[in-house]
Design a protein around this ligand. Sequence first.
Ligand code: CA
Length: 230
Amino acid sequence: MNNKTLVLIVEDDESIRNFMSAIFEANGYGTVIATNGASSAAIAASHRPDLILLDLGLPDIDGVEVLKKLREWTGVPIVVVSARGHEREKVEALDSGADDYITKPFGTAELLARARAALRRGGGDSASFESGRVTVGELEIDYEKRSVKLAGREIHFTPIEYKIVALLARHAGKVLTHDFITKEVWGPYTDEIRSLRVNMSNIRRKVEKNPAEPRYVITEPSVGYKMSDE
Ligand code: CA
C-alpha cells in the first residue's frame, strides 16, 4: 500500500480508459479500473478511492443509476464523463450527486483540473463554510451577518440575489443545476428559470469587473452555474 491519491476510472472504452489512466499515473495518482457498471460498486467498496471518474455511457447499467447507487453509501467526489450534447444526462447526474462533469473529447489539462477541483471539495461543502464564512478571491460571504463584501466593500444584494450568491458560495467549485438553484431559492413548486437568469445578470453586474468574462460566477451552458473556487 502507498499513500497516493487513488482514482477509480469507470469506463468501458479501452482507449479512453488507457488515456485517462496514463494521465493520472504520470501525474502521481494511483488508478484502479472498472470496465462496467456492475463491477464498479464492489471495486469502489474494496479500494476506497479518493475520486471516481464515472462514464455515463456504460454497456450494462445506466451511468446515472450507478451514480445513485454509489451515493447511497459514499460521499467520495464523483466526476461524470459524458458525450457531447448529452446535456440532460449531465443535469440528471449533477442532481443525483455528481460533483462535476467532463465532456468527451477532453484534454489532459482539463481532466487534471476537474479532478483537482473535485478532490479539493472532498465531496462536501466548501471547507470554510463551517466557520460561517466563505472567501472566494476578493469576495467574502458572512453567513451570520448575511453580508457580502468585495475587496472589503459591502455589496448590496436583494434578498433573492443574496440567497443565490450564498448558495453558490457554499458549494464553491461544484456545478449547481438550474433546477437545483431555483428549488433552493424559490421553493420546490416553482419554475423560475427566467428569474434566475435575470438575478444572475444583476449579481454579475455587482461582483464582476467584466461581466462578459466572469471571475466568480461561471455559466455552465445548458446545465447551470458554478462559483469558482480558485
Ligand atoms: Ca462508454
